[in-house]
Write a protein that binds this ligand. Structure first.
Ligand code: FES
Ligand code: FES
Length: 165
């Protein structure tokens, strides 16, 4: 008879959108599942779960990371920003506003991940070319737009970050 092994859990402590979480998690739990199930932050969407679509992208210590490829225990001690925390920064607010003004989303499923990658991409406040923007977006699969409006929204936010209106 096969016996179920007891689940090994590990206590982790991490900050998500400025809020401290201390939780017991299974060692095998993905960061994406932790954010959605344990933190209730369902703005982080899960598509392929294989690191291909980019939908699950969040910031871990300021860097864009696919949360379906990281275990929650690997994020112990980290500072995480999800799409729910994007508006805590002026850049994040501008980015969301530009996406709205440029109609840069349709069903919106892939949008949280794109917003998180774009916020990292624009953090430096340097001029970004259309080619660089398209290259950054190549890590994201959107099934319902042609990316043109998304590129325009990122350009608009980039102009603002360089001192424009
Ligand atoms: S769900 Fe993580 S990359 Fe697709
Ligand atoms: S807006 Fe629908 S998948 Fe990207």
């Amino acid at each position: 008879m096969i016996q179920a092994l007891s689940q090994s859990t590990i206590e982790i402590q991490l900050t998500v959108n400025g809020k401290l979480y201390r939780e017991e998690v299974e060692a095998r739990k993905l960061l994406s599942d932790f954010l959605r199930d344990d933190c209730g932050l369902t703005g982080t969407h899960v598509g392929c779960e294989h690191g291909v679509c980019g939908t699950c992208t969040v910031l871990v210590n300021g860097s864009a990371v696919r949360s379906c490829l990281m275990l929650a225990v690997q994020a112990d001690g980290a500072e995480i920003t999800t799409v729910e925390g994007l508006a805590q920064s002026e850049l994040g607010r501008r980015l969301q506003q530009a996406f709205s003004e440029c109609h840069a989303l349709q069903c919106g499923f892939c949008t949280p991940g794109i917003l998180m990658s774009a916020s990292e991409f624009l953090q430096s406040g340097e001029k970004r070319s259309t080619e660089e923007t398209r290259e950054m977006l190549s890590g994201h699969l959107c099934r319902c737009t042609g990316y043109i409006s998304i590129v325009e929204a990122i350009r608009k936010t980039n102009d603002w970050s360089m001192g424009g209106e």
